[in-house]
Design a protein around this ligand. Structure first.
Ligand SMILES: Nc1nc2c(ncn2[C@@H]2O[C@H](COP(=O)(O)OP(=O)(O)O)[C@@H](O)[C@H]2O)c(=O)[nH]1
Ligand SMILES: [Mg+2]
Length: 315
């Protein structure tokens, strides 16, 4: 077993920076080591799913995600939980600069060894995740109690986060009618938790919460909790939001969700690499999905990808 994996499995949180350095290393020589690390923290190796709760926090720029995360991190720590935050930074992309403007950093106690916060480069599509972020989330979930992936975006972009996170919280600020429209038109997948920030703004926040709640009800999304928060002093609604995130995990089948996500990832990565021809060699998407359903549930994404390539005869 790799040394990093052994330390993660021992719950050694100080290994987090080394894990990030490895998964972000694009050198061909590092790829085998990354694959080994992922295999060593795969469900097959761990004897079950990694215990950490992977939480996606996503929403438009300026909605208040980073300010909220300062509060959530403190809240999780107050509950005795260790927290890693992977903040996906779209400023590394060409279009990102203009979106950002007035943005806060996540504030935390740098002396607290049970908190790890790192910015990561975004994937190729807006709101997309880089493979390194998925790998980091999987690996860190073997050691940290909570692993947050913060991404910028609204609309279809949160789907990618939903493929990695056990629970997705979509963060919107009052007056964001676009989110309401996205929800109603089905452009946006229904989040597990919907957070309306800036509750200190008063009436506008109250009506945003009410409108979103009504929209969700009319869509039949009875399980989605809508929580209003304020992240400015004095913070409001933070404990309720922590409870809602917890309750979602308790009510869901995490193993089934992760299993499905790993298979979809492997197929997406295979398709990105081998294109329509590769997919045809698998007998089409549906056939590939059915084939994946018959594979060992403990396999990690790289192992599933290798199996797909072998099955398609493209190795
Ligand atoms: N009034 C108010 N402003 C907030 C609140 N949370 C964040 N903000 C402000 O909204 C702006 C964007 O916040 P930020 O956390 O950077 O948003 P992000 O882009 O979603 O991460 C900043 O100027 C924050 O100070 C809140 O609860 N109430
Ligand atoms: Mg931010």
């Amino acid at each position: 077993m790799s040394d990093l994996a052994a330390r993660l499995r021992d719950g050694d949180l100080s290994v987090a920076p080394a894990v990030l350095n490895l998964v972000e290393n694009r050198a061909p020589a590092a790829q085998a080591e990354i694959a080994e690390l992922l295999a060593d923290v795969s469900p097959a190796a761990l004897g079950g799913e990694a215990a950490g709760h992977v939480v996606g926090v996503t929403g438009p720029p300026g909605a208040g995600k980073s300010t909220l995360l300062s509060q959530l991190v403190a809240g999780w720590r107050a509950r005795g939980l260790s927290v890693a935050v992977l903040a996906v930074d779209p400023s590394s992309k060409r279009s990102g600069g203009a979106l950002l403007g007035d943005r806060a950093r996540i504030e935390y106690d740098p002396a607290d060894r049970a908190i790890f916060i790192r910015s990561m480069a975004a994937g190729d599509r807006l709101g997309g995740l880089a493979p390194a972020t998925r790998a980091a989330a999987h690996a860190l979930a073997a050691a940290f109690d909570v692993v947050v992936i913060e991404t910028v975006g609204v609309g279809q972009s949160e789907t990618e986060v939903a493929e990695v996170a056990d629970t997705v919280a979509v963060v919107v600020q009052p007056g964001s009618g676009d989110v309401l429209q996205f929800l109603k038109s089905g452009i946006m997948e229904i989040p597990d938790v919907l957070v309306v920030t800036k509750a200190d703004l008063g009436q506008v926040a109250t009506s945003a919460r009410r409108d979103l709640h009504a929209a969700l009800r009319s869509l039949g999304a009875r399980d989605t909790r809508v929580v209003a928060v304020s992240s400015l002093a004095p913070p409001q609604g933070i404990d309720r939001l922590l409870d809602a995130i917890d309750a979602h995990r308790d009510a869901s089948d995490v193993a089934a969700r992760r299993l499905r996500a790993r298979r979809l990832h492997a197929l997406a990565d295979f398709t990105a690499e081998h294109g329509a021809r590769g997919l045809r060699a698998l007998g089409g998407r549906r056939a590939a999905e059915r084939w994946l359903e018959r594979q060992d549930p403990g396999l990690d994404v790289p192992a599933l990808e290798r199996a797909l390539a072998e099955h398609a005869g493209v190795v």
